[in-house]
Design a protein around this ligand. Structure first.
Ligand code: F6P
Length: 754
């Protein structure tokens, strides 16, 4: 602070010191000159009036030659301090009378001229003298000239004094002005800094409820958005730097929860449950559903030990819960609670199959399937969202839990929870793409959905592109204040942070229990009657029209057309988990897929050889890993996908740094994994070429690409995804608490005043 004040002072004092120097060297001589001219004029007038005064007695004394009286007269006159000498000359120019001080050398030279009333300045050893003469006449007769000599040294003294006092006064003025300037600048700097700091601390955001920019000084307002954006960028950069240097692990996530959220309660809400109890011929079996959401969020819950609220959809789910509909999971090593919510057939039909999967799913995935919106589905969607929101409120042990809301099934839930738990930190993650505002606009309940989502504290998407689309959609359909640069939306007095959090997977902790690459290669080939050097590509998806499965098979077909030498030497194994099978669109899709496989297989297949092996059934994660390890290539050709975790799982499975990923450019993953062979799945020829390039890629190139992708997926893992969201949540919670304290404090002070 003193250094800043010193610098600030210098900034103002230096120019003033310069001005002072200028004054001394340019203004002072000018003042001097004026002073001399003014003094000379003064002496002229003085001389004139003294001469007038002396003329009368001289007219009497000169003709009488009364020397004594003349000398007395001169002596009296000399009492004037500045009059130095007097002389009187006769008309011929000879000195008749003079005071002893009269310089002899001066003579009567002024008298040499005819005219009188002349003044001049003469320099003498004793200093400058002012000499003036006046003619003395009596009744028209010229009696001679009176010469008055004034000492001018006082002018120099006066000018030196003036100079001295002028400089002193100016210096004093300069000092006073400097101090005032510095003081004023310091005050306004302090105010300015206070405003900037409050913006940077996000306090202006917290004031949203009182109206926009209430106490931000007008000069800062244009900067407010930029400052926040800058802060936001710095935060993101800092986090990214921290994240890049520290590997996120379950332990780190746990510590973060404990330290940053002080062990606060975590509740997850999703439609799909992480464990389904299924009744089978062998009794009750536990299944992990084929879902990217589950792959990602489950390890986080293991680390956080909270409660996961989800639809109990397994055939033996009801038999496996306690009387509060809870069951501890994972079954082998329970570390969190699964709370199941039961839905009737009608509810499931309207909310899940209808509104979520016939409406929102095709609406958000631009995959050329028309969305269907029915009022009856909407009613169920609202009702089920409310049921889950109530379940969240019942499960919460505190009034400010951290609630992690998952996906498009629960767009209304954040607002519903917010209404009952205003202090909750609600983090909603939208696992699928967010379309552009025009596409989203065709949903008849677009405003309600947006309003529901804006009950969230944080709203996450996989990519900046989806964030941008969301901000623009809100901009278009709601009356909200949006800061596009920092991704904040202020709606109804509450703030929502819209942020990108690219989802990922848990990096495998140990390979010990899984078969090696060599074992997987051998067993999978043997199982399918393939030779050891048979080339294999694998695809792992839900049987969904967004996954580009048809386009993938067409690419296989095209590659075999273009490179017939691969017929009999190459196969693709497609693992396709059945999904949403009660919907027409999915049934039709499955039928088309099966028909295409049949056509291609009958075209190129011979004997035991099948170019495409379709395995349309559920596979556990170990089985999937086995296929990933057995294959040369993994094909991910989604027509549109939020992230696509299959791509990352394939990479994680390839500890041998071999294998090639062919990846659709329309997945979120393509942004992070440029080392994959990135394709446009609609361009069949291009995908076919990429597939050929993949199966023929030299090992060294595979290795380089795979190593780079593995290091990214290992570091940017699911704990980082959750950690970043929880860190942001912790920051916002902290801010919220401070603001609440300040508000209640100011309310109390107000009450005291009243
Ligand atoms: O991609 C969106 C998503 O919710 C994923 O998170 C998940 O993999 C998939 O859909 C699951 O779909 P469902 O629960 O309908 O089987």
């Amino acid at each position: 602070m003193p250094t800043r004040l010193f610098r600030l002072s210098l900034r103002f004092v230096l120019p003033l010191a310069l001005a002072l120097g200028l004054f001394a060297y340019a203004v002072v001589p000018l003042v001097d000159n004026l002073m001399v001219r003014w003094s000379v004029r003064d002496l002229d007038t003085k001389s004139q009036s003294l001469a007038n005064a002396l003329q009368e007695p001289l007219r009497e004394y000169v003709p009488e030659r009364a020397e004594r009286r003349i000398n007395q007269l001169f002596e009296r006159a000399l009492r004037d301090q500045r009059l130095y000498a007097i002389a009187f000359c006769d008309p011929a120019g000879a000195i008749l009378y003079k005071t002893p001080t009269y310089p002899q050398s001066l003579g009567c030279r002024l008298g040499q001229e005819e005219s009188s009333g002349k003044e001049s300045l003469v320099n003498f050893p004793q200093g400058p003298l002012h000499v003036s003469d006046s003619r003395l006449e009596s009744e028209g007769q010229n009696l001679g000239k009176l010469i008055l000599v004034h000492d001018m040294s006082f002018i120099e003294r006066r000018s030196a004094d003036t100079r001295k006092y002028g400089i002193l006064l100016f210096a004093l003025l300069a000092l006073v002005i400097s101090l005032i300037t510095v003081f004023v600048a310091h005050l306004s700097w302090r105010d300015w800094m206070a405003s900037v700091k409050s913006i940077l601390r996000g306090e202006s955001e917290a004031r949203e409820g009182k109206g926009p920019h209430l106490s931000t000084p007008p000069e800062i307002r244009p900067l407010e958005g930029d400052l926040r954006a800058l802060l936001h960028e710095l935060n993101v950069e800092r986090q990214t730097r921290d994240d890049a240097t520290h590997l996120w692990t379950p332990e780190k996530l746990r510590t973060l929860l404990h330290e940053e959220l002080s062990g606060d309660e975590v509740l997850v809400v999703s439609n799909r449950e992480p464990y389904m109890h299924m009744r089978t011929r062998n009794g009750i079996e536990v299944q992990r559903p084929a879902s990217g959401l589950i792959t990602a969020v489950e390890p986080v819950m293991r680390a956080c030990s909270g409660t996961w609220i989800a639809h109990g959809s397994g055939s033996a789910d009801k038999e496996s819960v306690d009387r509060n509909d809870r069951v501890a999971v994972p079954p082998s090593n329970p570390s969190y609670t699964l709370r199941r919510v039961w839905l009737t057939k009608e509810e499931e039909q309207g909310y899940y199959y209808g509104f979520a999967n016939e409406g929102l799913w095709p609406l958000c995935h631009i995959a050329h399937v028309r969305p269907v919106f029915r009022s009856s589905d909407w009613e169920q969607y609202e009702a089920v969202n409310q049921r889950f929101a109530d379940a969240v409120v019942r499960e919460a042990r505190t009034d400010d839990p951290v609630v992690l809301v998952q996906d498009y099934h629960f767009a209304l839930l954040p607002r519903m929870v917010r209404e009952q738990l205003p202090k909750a930190t609600i983090i909603t993650f939208w696992h699928i793409p967010w379309p552009n505002s025009e596409s989203f606009g065709i949903c008849p309940w677009r405003e309600e959905l947006l309003d529901g989502l804006l009950g969230s504290t944080i709203l996450g998407f996989h990519t900046p592109f989806h964030c941008k689309n969301f901000l623009e959609t809100v901009d278009r359909y709601l009356e909200a204040r949006i800061e596009h640069e920092s991704g904040t939306i202020s709606f109804g007095g509450k703030l929502t942070q819209v942020e990108q959090y690219p989802i990922s997977i848990a990096w495998p902790e140990s390979e010990a229990n899984l078969p090696t690459v060599a074992e997987c290669r051998a067993s999978v080939r043997a199982e399918h009657g393939m030779s050891d050097d048979h080339l294999l590509a694998v695809g792992v998806d839900r049987l969904d029209y967004t996954k580009g499965i048809i386009e993938r098979f067409q690419a296989v077909e095209r590659m075999l057309e273009l490179h017939p030498n691969l017929i009999g030497r190459f196969s693709m194994i497609q693992i396709a988990a059945p999904t949403r099978s009660s919907l027409d669109e999915y049934q039709n899709f499955e039928a088309r897929v099966r028909a295409l496989v049949q056509r291609i297989n009958s075209r190129f297949g011979t004997g035991n050889y099948l170019p495409i092996v379709l395995k349309a059934e559920h596979h556990g994660s170990d089985q999937v890993t086995r296929y990933f390890r057995a294959a040369e290539v993994c094909l991910v050709t989604s027509l549109h996908d939020g992230m696509n975790l299959v791509a990352k799982e394939f990479i994680a499975a390839r500890y041998d740094d071999r294998g090639v990923l062919v990846l659709s450019q329309f997945t979120g993953a393509a942004r992070e994994l440029p080392e994959a062979l990135v394709v446009n799945p609609y361009h069949i020829e291009q995908s076919a070429e990429a597939l050929y390039r993949a199966v023929t890629m030299p090992e060294i190139e595979q290795c380089e690409r795979m190593r780079s992708m593995r290091s990214l997926v290992r570091d940017f893992n699911i704990y980082r995804w959750a950690g970043r969201m929880l860190l942001d949540a912790a920051r916002l919670r902290q801010r919220e608490r401070v603001v609440t304290k300040i508000r209640s404090h100011s309310r109390k002070s107000l009450r005291r005043v009243v």
